[in-house]
Design a protein around this ligand. Structure first.
Ligand code: NAD
Ligand code: DAU
Length: 350
């Protein structure tokens, strides 16, 4: 019986991973550790909160002593580490939070695992969830592979790159068993509406401007969040020790084409005349250091572990829009208070 510590399980991707593991593996004990920052929302896990194999721990990974004490108390044999500050724009205005959570927090977890697993690494695994942003920015052609050199540009991606290096260093220096995966942009239910897709769905619904950075020509490679959770399941169970796996759906969109598609689908769903929502598009000052293009080559994961994405994007984006339209209570909850203040500050000077 495994005792898995999942960090950041109240967030967007983490909640999908927790749900998958709690439901699919009733014999595993799943410990969701989350500080419940603005991005953490236990409402995301209402459907599994009473499951006998689910446990919630409110804790901050920056608190190293607490991490040691929790390993001692619960005897985790595996870690799936998702907790992070994850929004690039916030990292530009406040880098230090990213350094603390993404770097110091990761080292605290590595130290706790190393200390409590001592030299008995049999059946142990530290799985670090990372991002394709560590590889930097592509031109018009080419893909990120697992051997692409790191070249991060934002405080967020630099902090994630640093944490990846530290996880590898603990493997090479102390033999700590680990795997890392680097995934492209996720979309789907429960994503905090500061990120492009949920922010724009919410704004279209409320007839608010759609702030497109620069010319909208930047390209992202979008993957449905449940497919990311499925990949995490496969890599956790079958990934080879010390390895890195890239995860992505070969699904590249310029921001402006994606936004126009969302406008079109929302016009249909909201019963608006075609072209109505596109009028909300408003070009604003570009993001500082804005990476032009991300595109993942996930051949290794597909070939070695037989993972393939299950959903086509046109279907996924429709499911996603439906979810936000049908979960207005969730949106109202997360867009009130703290978030509104952030939103005003973020866009006031644009
Ligand atoms: P998110 O911002 O939605 O959730 C992050 C979670 O971590 C929240 O529940 C938050 O409360 C928690 N958290 C933050 N600081 C913490 C701390 N100090 N201690 C404990 N918990 C803390 O993020 P997400 O989009 O779900 O991303 C999850 C992970 O996946 C991150 O590591 C991110 O870098 C990575 N990732 C995200 C994407 C994406 O498109 N969203 C793509 C690739 C990789
Ligand atoms: O690639 C993986 C990464 O994807 C993850 O590691 C990050 O945690 C996640 O936030 C995401 O980063 P991006 O910066 O790509 O996502 P975001 O949704 O913030 O922006 C997507 C694109 O849309 C990007 O080119 C910036 C642009 N954008 C974003 C916002 C919020 C706009 O034009 N306007 C906006 O208001």
């Amino acid at each position: 019986m495994k005792k898995i510590l999942i960090t950041g399980g109240a967030g967007f991707i983490g909640s999908h991973v927790v749900r998958l593991f709690v439901n699919k593996y009733p014999k595993y004990q799943i410990y969701n550790l989350d500080a419940l920052t603005y991005a953490g929302n236990l409402f995301n896990l209402k459907d599994v909160e009473n499951s006998p194999n689910y446990h919630f721990i409110k804790a901050d990974i920056v608190d190293g002593e607490r991490m040691m004490q929790l390993f001692d108390q619960h005897g985790f044999d595996s870690v799936i580490h998702l907790a992070a500050e994850s929004h690039v724009d916030r990292s530009i205005t406040n880098p230090m939070e990213f350094i603390m959570t993404n770097i110091v927090g990761t080292v605290n977890l590595l130290n706790a695992a190393k200390h409590y697993w001592k030299n008995d690494f049999e059946g142990k695994r530290f799985y670090h969830i990372s991002t394709d942003e560590v590889y930097g920015s592509l031109g018009a052609t080419g893909f990120f592979t697992e051997s692409t050199s790191y070249d991060p540009h934002s405080p967020y991606s630099a902090s994630k790159a640093s944490s990846d290096h530290l996880v590898r260093a603990y493997h090479d220096t102390y033999k700590l068993p680990m795997v890392i995966s680097n995934c492209s942009n996720n979309y789907g239910p429960n994503q905090f509406p500061e990120k492009l897709i949920p922010l724009f769905i919410n704004n279209i619904r409320n007839n608010k401007p759609l702030p497109v950075y620069g010319k909208g020509e930047n390209i992202r490679d979008w993957l449905y969040v449940v497919d990311h959770a499925r990949a995490i399941d496969v890599i956790f169970h079958k990934g080879n020790d010390g390895q890195t796996y890239n995860i992505g759906g070969h699904n590249e969109w310029t921001n402006i084409d994606l936004i126009k598609l969302m406008c079109k689908v929302m016009d249909e769903k909201l019963g608006r005349a075609e072209g109505t929502s596109e009028k909300l598009i408003s070009y604003v000052k570009d993001r500082a250091g804005h990476d032009l293009r991300y595109a993942i080559d996930s051949t290794k994961l597909q070939r070695e572990l037989s993972w393939v994405p299950s959903l086509q994007f046109e279907e996924g984006i429709r499911l996603t829009i439906d979810w936000y339209l049908n979960n207005q209570e969730w949106l109202d909850e997360v867009t009130s208070g703290n978030y509104l203040k952030y939103y005003e500050k973020q866009y006031e000077e644009r």
